[in-house]
Design a protein around this ligand. Structure first.
Ligand code: ARG
Length: 466
């Protein structure tokens, strides 16, 4: 029999039962549901809304349910619809009528808002930890490649020389922002919806500050209608995870390119690549491709929840039961991607000679050649024009700037001298770029040091002891 059978004259249709039920996925909230109920019962007892001894029996009963769900011995049924009603049913089965007092001054609306929020709160530090582990891999790899010159691209055209460490630090900085975005999400969700009831609190003297405190929140949410209607924390998490997946996906794309025969800047470890069922020569970057593909899946979750929420009037609407699966799926996906991606990067073999060779063609030092003339007093625009003419000459003769003779140079500008060859060397080009944030050895070493300080400072911030 349903909890609400009193109001009804017919049994719920079987189809509706199945359609309405969320236990198949919200069972995942059992721990938060029980923790929330323990805090609620504690407060009810303390406030004299129920007897202290009743509160204790309820709490003991809830603890046995938690233990048994974890052991797989408590039966969760479709008929009890969701995790909240399953726990309440189990409680009443175990401790009798006292169990029926738990739901005083509470609704499933504030209950689910609480459980879901606590679930997200517990997941964020785990994801953050995985991002920081990836950052550690990037810092280590970058240290080994501060002198590994490679072409930097714009429009996928060779543009200016940089180093592999500089490229790695570019991604590392994106991931740093992903970490702080997740910390922001955690800070903003730090308010407790419990006690909002169905939407308008209750007439009992509940102490929302007490339950907020017991559950590790800094305070109760300010408005009860907002408390039961708000899913911003889930949207914010999905937005953060979508941006994170964008970063992983861009990085994955580069790795795929680097490992192609066209680039051959890097080679995947055998353990992190796959073969082809027909082409014996193939070594495929499946891991990177799957990460790139799974970005689509996480964006899908974000769009799902945005769309579910967009037209909902206050306060709770059953549409909101659709909030959980996309969030679970996005969290699972991200937690699957991060460790395998970090290991793939860690085991990637870099081929510095090929990187350098690619940097030697394509006139990647043309800007430096113009800068050379500027240092000799020419305005940049004139220098730019002169180097353009030199490049034009090279494309006709099959030269690169550094294979031109001094006579060729001087035929176009008398400002050129034999020191031009030194200025055009890729290592010089890179190491002259000492500007903060740039690719020179000392600039990148600074970036790595900043990253390491970041990792140390963020390791424990926001971790959930509750
Ligand atoms: N299973 C529901 C959900 O996930 C719980 C809240 C139900 N509330 C209600 N008024 N029907 O959203």
């Amino acid at each position: 029999m349903k909890l609400w059978a009193g109001r009804f004259q017919k049994e719920t249709d079987g189809l509706v039962n199945d359609f309405n039920s969320s236990i198949s996925f919200d069972a995942r909230l059992y721990k938060q549901d029980i923790e929330g109920s323990i805090a609620h019962a504690t407060m009810l007892g303390k406030q004299g809304i129920i007897e202290e001894h009743e509160a204790s029996r309820i709490i003991d009963g809830l603890k046995t349910i938690l233990r048994d769900i974890e052991a797989g011995t408590a039966e969760l049924t479709e008929d009890s619809e969701d995790i909240h009603m399953n726990v309440e049913r189990l409680l009443t089965e175990r401790i009798g009528d006292t169990g029926k007092r738990l739901h005083t001054a509470r609704s499933r609306n504030d209950q689910v808002a609480l459980d879901f929020r606590m679930f997200v709160r517990a997941e964020i530090p785990e994801i953050k930890g995985q991002i920081l582990a990836l950052e550690t891999v990037l810092a280590g790899k970058a240290k080994a490649h501060v002198d590994t010159v490679m072409p930097g691209y714009t429009h996928m055209q060779r543009a200016q020389p940089t180093t592999f460490a500089h490229v790695l630090m570019a991604y590392a900085n994106m991931f740093r922002r992903d970490v702080t975005r997740l910390e922001d999400c955690l800070a903003r969700l730090d308010e407790c919806p419990l006690g909002a009831g169905a939407l308008a609190t209750s007439t009992y003297p509940v102490d929302r500050f007490e339950t907020a405190h017991l559950l590790g929140f800094s305070k109760p949410m300010d408005n009860s209608m907002d408390a039961v209607s708000d899913r911003d924390f889930a949207l914010e998490l999905l937005s953060d995870l979508s941006i994170l997946m964008t970063h992983l996906s861009r990085f994955a794309e580069e790795i795929i390119l680097w490992c192609s025969w066209e680039f051959k800047f890097a080679e995947l470890d055998d353990a992190y690549s796959t073969g082809s069922s027909i082409m014996p020569q193939k070594k495929n970057p499946d891991v990177a491709e799957l990460v790139r593909g799974k970005a689509g899946r996480v964006y899908g979750s974000l769009i799902t929840l945005l769309t579910v929420m967009k037209g909902l009037p206050l306060a709770y609407n059953k549409d909101m039961q659709e909030d959980k699966e996309p969030v679970f799926d996005a969290i699972d996906t991200v937690k699957l991607c991060l460790p395998v991606f970090a290991a793939m990067v860690d085991t990637l073999t870099i081929l510095p000679r090929n990187m350098e060779r690619a940097a030697q063609v394509g006139f990647i030092n043309a800007t430096d050649c113009a800068d050379y003339l500027v240092k000799k007093g020419l305005p940049f625009r004139d220098a730019y024009m002169i180097v353009g003419r030199l490049v034009n000459l090279c494309t006709k003769s099959g030269d690169t700037l550094d294979t031109l003779t001094l006579r060729d140079f001087r035929a176009i500008s008398k400002l050129f001298d034999s020191d031009v060859y030194q200025a055009l060397q890729l290592k010089t080009c890179v190491n002259q770029r000492k500007v903060y944030g740039g690719p020179s050895r000392e600039s990148v070493e600074q970036q790595i040091a900043n990253l390491e300080a970041f990792i140390a400072a963020h390791k424990d911030v926001g971790s959930d002891e509750a």
